[in-house]
Ligand binder design. Structure first.
Ligand code: F6R
Length: 614
């Protein structure tokens, strides 16, 4: 989604802003702009499309801003108004002396706009952001104090926002504030950096502070003043960020997505470290803050998430119900928040989110928290808004994920669910020790098995080439791999724009089978176990309709050779762990098809890495 960068210091501001925005590109955007303080005025430059268009625009004006050492920059993912230059940020007040960038949505912008129009403001864009610029300018006219203007204005804003503001009367000051949207301030020697996410600043400094909701920071090259919404001084908590700039490099891979797929063996190892020592030791999950008595009393769990995280949640449901005997509901956050949910202090609510910032999931967990439920968050960002809402925080240690298509974070979320399910089963004593021990044994072998899949991609690449011309693609599975089918289809559609759908194979004959003919690829996730034979007969039904059949399997069953045109083999693994082994070839098929079709793999159209609007 939108990206924010701000800089006050001694370096060329435009360079820092562009560099920071580039690091946030992965979040998805459709226009960009910067405002820089020049000799005696603020200059604003904007362009539609990728940052290279903004760079071209800036080249034409380089003399105007080359000495500027303060500015704000933004990448916009259109919500209110099309991606045009007029709608791009920064926005200014009518006289141009105040410039502002904004992430989020000011929900009461229509009322504020009507009021401002009556007072003579002329609006040039369709955005809610321009309303904020005029409104803060109005407060500035009353107070002649930028910090106070931002503080008073934000009290009247409803919704979620992160704002950075500069004013012509201030030679080297940026004022920033936020509510329900992330904002981090980085401290250097004689300079400060502001950003909506760490990648924009990590190259310059690791010393940083996350703003809390409603705090207002007034930042100059050598100082930061932090106040609360009521004007009182707030405590500054600078810390050293645990990120390395190297995480943001492709390390020789053509795309971040491919690099991140290949990082999965290490991600699995990282998630086992400290939690699973040997198969006979119990899983250690100190992150779960429910007492053993509370855990034993639990009779219901709700898991809420979106997209790929929702698929991880579905695997989680399967594991928890099987090993712990607790009823689990899984629901898309966007549905959960608009109905009357039955949740109380006896329900454990688990939120799953790579980014920890997804607006729908954040709202859902806040609703559940208000009803008294214990909130357990599984996230890749322990520094996120969701993490701050957690009673129990399970960080999944996937490292920063840059590609919009989630891959390693999915595997990491699955690992969190394996550990959580085993941990709860051990506390509750609901599953035979020998079953849990064999599961733990195989969990420890998983990294090597994933490495084997990654080392043998010839058949996967061949399959991707053969099917890259298709317009539709069907994935079928049953049981614990139904979410794998949904995830494989999601990966393919989001980066190749092929109409891919995942089905429970038993549902084929209730409708989807009508679509099958000799043009339709059907990929069966045929992992050995309880539903293997059933899925095999569903695959036969599809073959009988002349579909182009692909098997993803760990079986050596000779029948498969007759039934399938293409067979992708993966190492043998017990059924419970097969979702991890099976998803890797599906990620790779999606990657190679998109790459073959020449798509923008890491930044697919219309998508954003973290969806901070509902
Ligand atoms: C798919 C993908 C999205 C996200 C979804 C939720 O590859 O990345 O479907 O999974 O937007 O995001 P998080 O997990 O950050 O809440």
């Amino acid at each position: 989604m939108c990206g924010i960068v701000g800089y006050v210091g001694f370096r060329a501001a435009a360079d820092i802003l562009l560099d920071g925005l580039e690091q946030l590109e992965y979040r998805g955007y459709d226009s960009a702009g910067i405002a820089v303080k020049c000799e005696d005025e603020i200059k604003v430059y904007k362009a539609v499309g990728k940052l290279k268009n903004l760079r071209e625009e800036l080249k034409l004006h380089i003399k105007e801003f080359q000495n500027s050492t303060m500015g704000i920059g933004h990448t916009r993912w259109a919500t209110h108004g099309a991606p045009t230059v007029l709608n791009a940020h920064p926005h200014t007040c009518n006289c141009g002396s105040l410039a502002l960038i904004h992430n989020g949505i000011i929900e009461n912008y229509k009322e504020l706009k009507t009021q401002l129009e009556k007072e003579g403001c002329i609006f040039r864009s369709q955005t809610d952001t321009e309303v904020a610029a005029h409104f803060i300018a109005k407060k500035y006219a009353q107070t002649h104090d930028l910090t106070e203007a931002v503080r008073l204005a934000s009290k009247e804003f409803e919704g979620a926002y992160a704002l950075c503001v500069m004013h012509n009367d201030y030679k080297n000051t940026i004022v920033a504030t936020k509510r329900n949207a992330p904002m981090v301030v980085g401290e250097g020697e004689g300079e400060y950096f502001i950003a909506s996410d760490v990648p924009a600043i990590i190259k310059y400094t690791k010393k940083a502070m996350y703003l809390s909701d409603n705090q207002v920071a007034t930042i100059t090259p050598n100082s930061i003043k932090l106040i609360n919404a009521d004007g009182s001084d707030a405590v500054q908590k600078f810390e050293l960020l645990p990120w390395e700039p190297v995480a943001l490099s492709k390390m020789g891979y053509k795309h971040f997505m491919l690099k991140e797929i290949h990082e999965q063996p290490d991600v699995i190892r990282n998630n086992l470290t400290g939690k699973l020592k040997t198969a006979s030791d119990p899983v250690v999950l100190d992150e779960v803050k429910l007492t053993k008595e509370n855990l034993k009393d639990l009779n219901r769990i709700q898991i809420i998430a979106c997209g790929t995280s929702l698929h991880a949640a579905m695997v989680g449901k399967y594991l928890i119900e099987t090993f712990c005997g607790i009823a689990v509901d899984v629901e898309a956050s966007s549905e959960y928040i608009y109905r009357k949910t039955v949740t109380d202090k006896h329900t454990l609510v688990i939120g799953v989110s790579q980014s920890g910032e997804t607006a729908d999931t954040l709202t859902a967990i806040k609703q559940a928290k208000a009803k008294g439920s214990h909130i357990l968050i599984i996230t890749n960002r322990p520094d996120s808004a969701m993490a701050r809402e957690a009673d129990s925080l399970v960080a999944v240690n996937a490292g920063i994920e840059v590609s919009v298509a989630a891959t390693k974070s999915y595997t990491a979320q699955l690992m969190a669910f394996y550990l959580l399910a085993i941990y709860m089963a051990e506390v509750k004593g609901t599953t035979d020790t020998s079953i849990l021990q064999s599961l733990k044994n195989e969990l420890m072998l998983l990294p090597q098995k994933v490495e084997q899949v990654l080392a043998n991609t010839d058949e996967i690449q061949k399959c991707a080439r053969n099917y890259s011309g298709t317009k539709d693609f069907i994935y079928v599975a049953r049981g614990i791999n139904l979410p794998t089918a949904l995830e494989g289809a999601l990966k393919l559609k989001e980066i190749s724009y092929i109409n891919a759908t995942g089905y429970a194979a038993g549902e084929l004959k209730h409708g989807p089978i009508a679509m099958l003919d000799e043009t339709m690829p059907v990929l069966s996730i045929l992992m050995k176990g309880t539903v293997y034979d059933k899925l095999l007969s569903n695959s036969e039904e599809a073959r009988a309709r002349n579909a182009r059949m692909i098997a993803l399997t760990n079986s050596n069953d000779p029948k498969l050779e007759e039934l399938f045109d293409c067979i992708i083999r993966v190492p043998d693994v017990q059924e419970f762990l097969s979702p991890i082994i099976a998803v890797i070839p599906l990620q790779l098929i999606a990657y190679y098809i998109a790459e073959f079709l020449g798509k923008d793999v890491d930044q697919p159209r219309n998508l954003a890495k973290s969806v901070t609007v509902e």
